[in-house]
Write a protein that binds this ligand. Sequence first.
Ligand SMILES: *Cc1c(COP(=O)(O)O)cnc(C)c1O
Length: 412
Amino acid sequence: MTTTSEQLLDIKKIREDFPILHREINGKPLVYFDNAATSQTPKHVIDCIVDYYETKNANIHRGVHTLSQMATDAYEEAREKVRAHFNAKKAHEIIFTSGTTHSINLVANGYASVLQKGDEILVSAMEHHSNIVPWQMLCEKTGAILKVIPMSYHGELEMDTYKQMLNDKTKLVFVNHVSNALGTINPIEDIIHLAHAVGAKVLIDGAQSAPHIKADAQALDVDFYTVSAHKICGPTGVGMLYGKEDLLNMLPPYQGGGEMISEVTFEKTTYAGLPHKFEAGTPNISGGIAFGAALDYMNDVGFENIASYESELLKYATDEISKIEGVEIYGTSPEKKTAVLSFNIKGLHPYDIGTLLDKMGVAVRTGHHCAQPIMEFYKIPGTVRASFSFYNTIEEIDIFISALKKAKTMLL
Ligand SMILES: *Cc1c(COP(=O)(O)O)cnc(C)c1O
């Protein structure tokens, strides 16, 4: 490892913050390279959840009693942390959801009453199923037409084709900031700018970018942005939807219930204002608070440090794996990639590789990564995906590479 990265991050100290990194799997030290599926949780965040249940547990926004007030304050402080992190103009532009899937469905459901037959929706060829299926459902409901922005063999969106696809019928554009299957960082600044020029709104799925890149909602001028806390060192079952105030005000509520109303009679119900209109029912209170704590933790480590350290890990892993004969890597523009290595070894099924790696303590993801259209594009059943985080090390990559070589000789 170069001295710069050692100076950037005190990896030894960081690893001490993550209890799970010290356990063994199948008698071997855990090497966790499935960070793009979910990140591990630092003690700081785990403690925050424990503290909530030990000292503050109560329902929010309702009670006059002290505990309810404490829980409400902590939850709203977390919303403010999320707002500040993504630089939203107002805290009520941050809607707490159960994660990216929920956030996208909330928007897709809302647009069912806005879109008309013949309107056009663009999605990219490298989307996660959760950024495809809700829009297909929306098209079925409204008669809108779903069109796909193509990608190149290197795993980059074809921007010239995108420009030609945009027209005054284009109402919505949905692209992930970073592809979970390939790691490609998409040029969302240009995507947003070009869409706005024809009056279309843009939703950016930030599930995979949030662990590596600090997105600035106002600078991007993005209309909607979605994040899952569990991919940025937070707990599962919580995330956020950022939306511009006027757009969120325009969309109808997603679910009806408690918390989201202003007044209810059997004749007519009026809805609460933002953000409550979209937060029906008792939310994941401890999760929301822990989401805020996870952002604190990540910001303490520093996103610039994280990005440069992870790109060193990616470069090292890419160089080492390329020395193995028969390896094909998908998504090959390393300067525009997060630390994701999606690959196959000629003649071997990804599932068999993943199973053998697990026996040697190495956790990777195998399969289609909820992005079947990408697999179809490359005409493969799936890939092996190793995805790195700032708490991984060069030594772990060495273990992974030698485990991979061993798996190859066992299988071929
Ligand atoms: C993980 C992921 C999702 C889905 O997130 P959930 O937390 O499962 O709702 C959507 N898009 C991308 C790019 C992802 O990586």
